[in-house]
Design a protein around this ligand. Structure first.
Ligand SMILES: Cc1cc2nc3c(=O)[nH]c(=O)nc-3n(C[C@H](O)[C@H](O)[C@H](O)COP(=O)(O)OP(=O)(O)OC[C@H]3O[C@@H](n4cnc5c(N)ncnc54)[C@H](O)[C@@H]3O)c2cc1C
Ligand SMILES: *[C@@H]1O[C@H](CO)[C@@H](O)[C@H](O)[C@H]1NC(C)=O
Length: 503
């Protein structure tokens, strides 16, 4: 009798166990619907990678309040289109490279303009057309600093490239800190907490080199000086290498291409809030979903999702989404973004402003600047259209052509008249461009809630197209592994060693 009871007990518990397993299995059904907020390069590449990872049955909705491309956008001047936001891509940005290839787009190699660095009184550095002269100038002014910078950046890039291997092998990271650590160990994570100035001084670079060359590179790329963190600083210096490119027809073409290829549904609207809801299912269980509220032309609407990915900065001026009823509350990261004004001018540069009296001709055309308070601009450079046109003339500084001026504030008319001898068309584009970088940095989380992810956390390490694409792939993998409980693919240590034997 007792035995029979014991057997029944065992049988019941076996039964219960398998029921529980079934319930778990149930939880691990693939998600039905995923929402992506923002159709910039981050959001569109997230949709693309999510489709690759989750397969063809999941519905992917992508919300966009403005235009597809976000900070990748073009302006039209005199009948041609020019990059207005994110413009330059590094030759080793492998995700961007693959997108362009897979989408059947063409890369456009960018002209190497001669660079001059202006300090408000004179040029502290001027590149020459002649390689040998450049080498001599660099050695004379800065010793071996240029060569050492090249090696320093190369070493960082080597480590950076590891991320592609990890992602190929399906590994993901639950925080930006752990992603950085997997790439470059403590060397990378500590770079977030020191300025590029401190990082390079520690590495033995001269103060003069940092104040002239490094400052100029930071100002043109991130509008800020050498107080930015060492990681974004290194990314910025990598942007001084050769082989830089852009996408023919405009970089934003990658976003529309990815959107199309991902078979995501585009919803033109502004996401206003998110909250978690518990809903019954057909089988009598409950399921937790996220309700997204949004505004479209036709008025307010809402939809339910299993997974939500924010692919926009969540600061007040940029994202402004309310997270309702979360405990603990989801902090919305109100840290400000840096305002960068891009002014596009069809005109003739004024060489005498740069201390080169008429009829002098400036030999350089890409003008960068040092951290000089009296300067009202960060950089001026000539632009080429996003679709190559047959050049009708030369491209000297004296020619009437399209220039891009970066400045922290909109240029006043008298400032334009100082910079340009003559001009006609002027187009102004004001950006909240990238975070204001401070050290030490507390990086925002990637996981905001059970299945809410924040793609732009990575921008606080460094903001660039490729960084958003890397974060997109990471979140596609991370959300997949977390959904299906594959913990072995998340935050693994020593991947360098472990992947050595893999082909
Ligand atoms: C002037 C400038 C120059 C730059 N130069 C370079 C460069 O040379 N090389 C480089 O690699 N990077 C450059 N960058 C940085 C690069 O452009 C960005 O890092 C990148 O484009 C960010 O892409 P993203 O998709 O993450 O964000 P975004 O492009 O900002 O996309 C976010 C999208 O979300 C939408 N959105 C926001 N809130 C909501 C909401 N509530 N509901 C619905 N939609 C919403 C926005 O409209 C936007 O389209 C530059 C940036 C600027 C501004
Ligand atoms: C960097 O500084 C932040 C904020 O002070 C701190 O939370 C973080 O642990 C630091 N990171 C490293 C690697 O020291």
């Amino acid at each position: 009798m007792q035995r029979a009871a014991a057997v029944t007990l065992v049988l019941t518990s076996v039964l219960l166990c398998s029921l529980r397993a079934a319930a778990l299995q149930d939880l691990r059904h693939p998600p039905n619907r995923i929402a992506v907020v923002g159709a910039g390069i981050g959001g569109t590449s997230a949709a693309y990678f999510l489709r690759q990872k989750f397969g063809k049955h999941v519905q992917i909705d992508i919300f966009e309040k403005g235009e597809v491309g976000g900070r990748l956008s073009t302006v039209e001047i005199e009948g041609n289109q020019y990059e207005a936001g994110g413009s330059v891509i590094h030759p080793l940005n492998l995700h961007m490279k693959t997108f362009v290839k897979d989408l059947g787009l063409n890369p456009l190699s960018l002209n190497d303009n001669l660079v001059g660095i202006y300090n408000g009184d004179e040029f502290v550095f001027q590149e020459s057309e002649w390689f040998l002269i450049n080498v001599i100038k660099m050695l004379w002014h800065y010793g071996l600093n240029f060569l050492r910078m090249h090696m320093w950046v190369e070493d960082i890039l080597d480590k950076f490239m590891r991320i592609y291997r990890y992602q190929t092998f399906d590994y993901s990271f639950s925080s930006t800190g752990s992603l950085l650590h997997a790439m470059g160990g403590n060397d990378f994570t500590t770079k977030i907490n020191v300025t590029i100035d401190e990082a390079m001084q520690t590495a033995g670079f001269s103060e003069r080199f940092i104040n002239d060359i490094v400052v100029a590179a930071m100002r043109v790329n991130y509008g800020q000086g050498v107080k930015v963190n060492g990681f974004v600083g290194a990314v910025s210096l990598a942007g001084t290498s050769s082989g830089l490119w852009a996408v023919e027809g405009g970089n934003k073409a990658v976003c529309s291409g990815l959107l199309y290829a991902s078979k995501a549904q585009m919803i033109s609207g502004t996401v206003t809030s998110v909250q978690e809801k518990v809903r019954p299912t057909k089988s009598g269980e409950t399921v937790r979903l996220y309700e997204i509220n949004y505004e479209t032309d036709k008025g307010p609407a809402l939809d339910m999702y299993d997974i939500v990915i924010f692919a926009t900065p969540l600061s007040r001026e940029t994202g402004n989404v309310k997270f309702i009823g979360f405990d603990p509350p989801i902090n919305t990261y109100t840290r400000p973004y840096y305002q960068m004004v891009a002014t596009f001018v069809h005109g003739r540069l004024n060489p005498s402003f740069f201390g080169c009296p008429k009829p002098c001709q400036l030999s350089v055309s890409e003008i960068l600047t040092t951290d000089e308070p009296k300067l009202f601009f960060h950089s001026i450079g000539p632009l080429s259209p996003v679709k190559p046109v047959t050049e009708s003339g030369t491209s000297k500084a004296s020619d009437m052509r399209v220039w891009k001026v970066f400045s922290p504030e909109p240029l006043k008319d008298e400032e334009l008249r100082l910079l340009f001898e003559s001009y006609d068309t002027v187009v102004v584009k004001k950006w909240l461009a990238y975070p204001i970088y401070v050290t030490p940095e507390k990086l925002p989380p990637i996981i905001l809630h059970r299945a809410i992810y924040y793609l732009n956390s990575i921008e606080w390490a460094a903001s660039a197209m490729e960084m958003s694409a890397i974060s997109a792939k990471n979140i596609a993998l991370l959300s997949y592994h977390r959904w299906f409980g594959k913990d072995g693919q998340i935050d693994q240590e020593d991947l360098v060693e472990r992947l050595k034997s893999e082909l």
